[in-house]
Design a protein around this ligand. Structure first.
Ligand SMILES: Cc1cc2nc3c(=O)[nH]c(=O)nc-3n(C[C@H](O)[C@H](O)[C@H](O)COP(=O)(O)O)c2cc1C
Length: 129
């Protein structure tokens, strides 16, 4: 059974804001997610992180344990976690290149109060893109 989990978190320091911090996260994620058969997309916007992860229950839970312990962000809040029929993400780790446009498209201004429904709509947009 395949699952998709979406979480939001608060960036610490320059996480998500500097090219180096993004490159470091993507570098580890691409290697590990490929190994674990996980597909994923992440977006960084004004101090917030939003990530969707797809794969088996065990692989998602194992990754989430590492993610929750990662000091580069805090207050990890799971917005949505459910079985899916097929994947919306097709790469080990994709970076959303225009988060502001994504948020505008769903009528949200920032990620501080993002809801499960809004997070699901972002995934739908990403799938259509
Ligand atoms: C916002 C954010 C997203 C992350 N996404 C992933 C991911 O998709 N896959 C992954 O393996 N690590 C991800 N990480 C890094 C993990 O928290 C952890 O540092 C890493 O998995 C450790 O890998 P290693 O055991 O190979 O050193 C992410 C970290 C942050 C801050």
């Amino acid at each position: 059974m395949l699952y998709r989990l979406i979480y939001a978190s608060e960036a610490v320091g320059s996480t998500g804001a500097s090219t180096l911090s993004v490159a470091q996260i993507l570098g580890a994620a691409i290697t590990n997610n490929r190994r674990d058969n996980l597909t994923s997309a992440v977006m960084f916007h004004e101090g917030w992180c939003l990530q969707g992860i797809e794969g088996s229950r065990q692989d998602i839970d194992r990754l989430m344990r590492r993610i929750r312990e990662d000091r580069r962000h805090q207050n990890v809040r799971v917005l949505s976690d459910k079985p899916i029929a097929s994947r919306s993400f097709h790469e080990p780790m994709a970076l959303c290149d225009d988060p502001a446009a994504m948020l505008r498209a769903i009528g949200a201004t920032d990620m501080s109060r993002i809801t499960a429904h809004e997070a699901d709509r972002i995934v739908e947009l990403k799938k259509a893109a």
